[in-house]
Design a binder for this molecule. Structure first.
Ligand code: PLP
Length: 369
């Protein structure tokens, strides 16, 4: 059998740029700055420029990025934050870290992203109750930002985009991350832009929000030893920033590889009795995952695993069914159905065209009666 195909392959991501990464790490070791130094500053500038404008602030991970972004736009204890339930629990644990409460918004059945209509209903239910909205650009597919931002702002709510899966995506020609009041990124090794450890960043076009995140990430300091606001420690280290600078230079090319593999899957599976990913008309996704849907998801996953093809399920249990965040009042049938049906096929940059063809062939073989 050919070598196993992994659902994510951060080691291949390292090998593809090993010489550049080793050189970057050596530069940090020799430089003597290991926390919040020149590499972090340079990465913040380069990552902001990647969005075309605005400021980026490096933090310790994506969950912290969400928490600090929410705090920086004014969310505090007791506030309500609207988000979706088909996401990693990190989206919600960031809200709860603040002492705020999540309220779940139903998704669009086809794109599996936050439904603007459902959001309008949540925002209108108790006027003024929702302090912030966190749309998740799940699987690298950007949410319906023009409608979401308009609705949120009309109701006095801030928007913090969860961009942990959408580095480089765009909607209506504008990058994901540039729509809201702030955006949170994760650089967990399997993301489209991945470090060799933990990392995250807040992106914002608002200089005051960026300044608050800078203080929050280090003890509330603006000046050393002067804590102006209650802060914490959530710093990005120099080694990860140096690695991320290398990876950022290759991000567009790697996203192009993902797009090309996704197009091959769409063509190869066009006749299959499966639900293929729906891309909204104005969306330019970056295919963090390529997600098909079938009611026989678990059986298909086992069949593919037996052929050496590892597939992920993001996410099998919606957040409102997690023991820690159970919300029996939530009515989210489209979300629950998506979680029961989704299967993520390998689409990372180390996946080749023949790999895609093999996965398609195995799926078609299995689906044949
Ligand atoms: C990965 C991820 C996070 C959390 O990022 P960490 O760096 O693991 O804290 C948050 N939201 C989404 C949608 C993610 O995929």
């Amino acid at each position: 059998m050919s070598k196993p195909l992994l659902t994510a392959d951060p080691q291949a991501g390292f090998r593809a740029h090993a010489d550049e990464i080793r050189a970057a790490i050596d530069r940090v070791l020799a430089g003597g700055h290991y926390i919040l130094g020149p590499e972090v500053e340079a990465f913040e500038r380069e990552f902001a420029a990647f969005h075309g404008a605005g400021e980026a602030v490096g933090v310790a991970n994506g969950t912290d990025a969400l928490e600090l972004a929410l705090r920086a736009v004014g969310v505090g204890a007791g506030d309500t934050v609207a988000t979706v339930a088909n996401t990693v629990t990190a989206t919600v644990s960031a809200i709860e870290q603040i002492g705020a409460r999540p309220v779940f918004v139903e998704i669009e059945p086809d794109t599996m992203l936050m439904s603007p209509d459902a959001l309008a209903a949540v925002l209108g239910a108790v006027p003024g109750r929702v302090k912030a909205v966190v749309p998740v650009h799940l699987y690298g597919q950007p949410a319906a930002m023009p409608a979401i931002v308009e609705l949120a702002h009309r109701h006095g709510a801030k928007v913090v985009e969860d961009c942990a899966q959408s580095h480089g995506a765009a909607v209506a020609g504008r990058p994901a991350g540039r729509w809201g009041d702030a955006a949170a990124y994760s650089f967990y090794p399997t993301k489209n832009l991945g470090a060799l450890g933990d990392g995250g960043a807040v992106f914002t076009h608002d200089a005051a929000v960026a300044e608050r995140v800078r203080r929050l990430r280090q003890y509330g300091w603006r000046q050393r030893y002067v804590s102006e606001i209650p802060g914490r420690n959530s710093r990005l280290d120099e080694l990860q920033a140096a690695v991320l600078r290398v990876k950022l230079r290759h991000l567009e090319a790697e996203n192009a590889v993902r797009r090309s593999r996704a197009a091959r899957y769409l063509a190869g599976l066009a006749s299959a009795p499966l639900r293929l990913p729906a891309v909204a008309p104005a969306a330019a996704p970056v295919w963090h995952q390529f997600v098909v849907r079938t009611a026989r998801r678990d059986a298909l996953r086992e069949h593919l695993a037996a052929q050496g093809i590892q597939c992920g399920v993001l996410y099998p249990v919606p957040v409102h069914h997690q023991p820690a965040y159970a919300d029996p009042a939530a009515r989210l049938p489209a979300t629950e159905r998506a979680c029961a049906e989704v299967l993520c096929l390998p689409v990372h940059p180390a996946v080749t065209d023949p790999d895609v063809d093999r996965v398609c062939a195995e799926i078609l073989r299995w689906l044949k009666p």
